[in-house]
Design a protein around this ligand. Structure first.
Ligand code: FES
Length: 107
């Protein structure tokens, strides 16, 4: 698959975030400067940034902000984006109505 046809943002695009007050995690209202501070304080993984800032702990569970946080981590730690492992997720991976979950049979 060519990179141009890949609709998944892998963090190496030309997106630039320069305003320190720019919201990176909309769910938890975490700004760029808070992410940068977390990395400056020693965070080197998505989960460490999550624990320090709550970025990725919101309703979308990092689906909106995860890629930006990953890109920022790569930039700030001098690693490739592919070297930054995705954060942990908790089931359900996608929001689902409770009636569907209630209708599931127990094992
Ligand atoms: S935008 Fe960060 S958890 Fe939703």
């Amino acid at each position: 698959m060519s990179k141009k046809n890949n609709r998944t943002y892998e963090g190496d695009s030309d997106i630039k975030v320069e305003n320190p007050d720019m919201i990176i995690c909309r769910c938890e209202e975490i700004t760029l400067k808070e992410i940068i501070q977390a990395v400056s304080d020693g965070a080197t993984t998505i989960n460490q940034v999550k624990r320090r800032t709550r970025a990725g702990m919101g309703l979308c569970q990092g689906r909106s902000c995860g890629r930006l946080v990953r890109k920022l981590l790569a930039e700030r730690t001098g690693k490739k984006v592919s070297e930054i492992l995705p954060g942990t997720v908790r089931p359900p991976v996608r929001p689902m109505p409770l009636d569907i979950m209630a209708s599931l049979e127990e094992e």
